[in-house]
Design a protein around this ligand. Structure first.
Ligand SMILES: [Zn+2]
Length: 243
């Protein structure tokens, strides 16, 4: 059996898709369905998974969680109707309002990362994207007084309407490419032969496996909420987007 084709990498804006069931089973009171292709993002890189619905002939699954298992994407949720079977044709739809907000929020993370890099020469050191609020950690001592300047610079990038470009390249090429932006691959990218890079047109580039908007203007206004020192020279910045 081959893995699940990841439609969210082919088109980050895909909301609905058709697919075929390759496996299905019950897991306590939940049902798990594996498809040959899907646009459900399985979570990862700090971005939560998609939710949504799968509809087959005689059944539908309210997908509460999608996750990666090896090279397959699991759709887990509450089943109504008969048990899905291998070969069943399926129409799937993700909760687009949720996903689009996560895409905007994730892009905001890259924009803030870009500004923090420029102002503090700091690196991204982990974070979590949420629907309502997000946070990112940076390798710099950032003070409360610094937040207005970071926010202002970030919103300049939003207002500039820069393209957010996806580039997929071989490891060697990716390393050279990232070097131009003062970035490098880390242990997170170990073992990957092909690297996906997100570039804010000419400004910054980060290796990333999440979903993002194609233009910085789509993010909306970035609002920095607070900063916290996490020790060892790491600062956490909490933020949201408006509306
Ligand atoms: Zn990203």
């Amino acid at each position: 059996m081959t893995g699940t084709r990841r439609l969210y990498y082919e088109d980050q804006y895909m909301k609905e898709f058709d697919a075929t069931v390759i496996d299905a089973w019950h897991n306590d009171d939940k049902t798990c369905v594996v498809l040959d292709q899907t646009c459900f993002y399985p979570g990862g890189g700090g971005q939560p998974c998609d939710t949504g619905i799968l509809e087959g002939d005689g059944w539908h699954l309210v997908v509460e969680r999608a996750y990666l298992d090896g090279d397959k994407i699991m759709h887990e949720g509450v089943l109504e109707g008969r048990m899905p079977e291998k070969g069943d044709k399926v129409h799937g739809a993700i909760d687009w309002d949720r996903r689009y907000r996560l895409m905007r929020m994730h892009t905001a993370a890259h924009i803030i990362g870009c500004v923090v890099k420029k102002l503090f020469n700091a690196r991204f050191a982990g974070g979590a994207i949420g629907v309502d609020y997000s946070y990112d950690d940076y390798t710099a001592r950032i003070k409360r007084d610094d937040l207005p300047r970071i926010e202002e610079e970030a919103n300049k990038i939003v207002e500039a309407g820069l393209r957010h470009i996806v580039r997929i390249m071989d490891r060697d090429e990716a390393e050279k490419y990232l070097e131009k932006f003062g970035e490098r691959l880390t242990e997170l990218h170990e073992g990957l032969e092909r690297i996906r890079i997100l570039e804010i047109e000419g400004l910054c580039a980060f290796p990333c496996g999440g979903t993002h908007v194609a233009n910085t203007r789509e993010v909306g206004r970035i609002k920095l909420l607070k900063r916290e020192s996490k020790g060892r020279g790491i600062t956490r910045i909490r933020y949201t987007i408006e509306p």
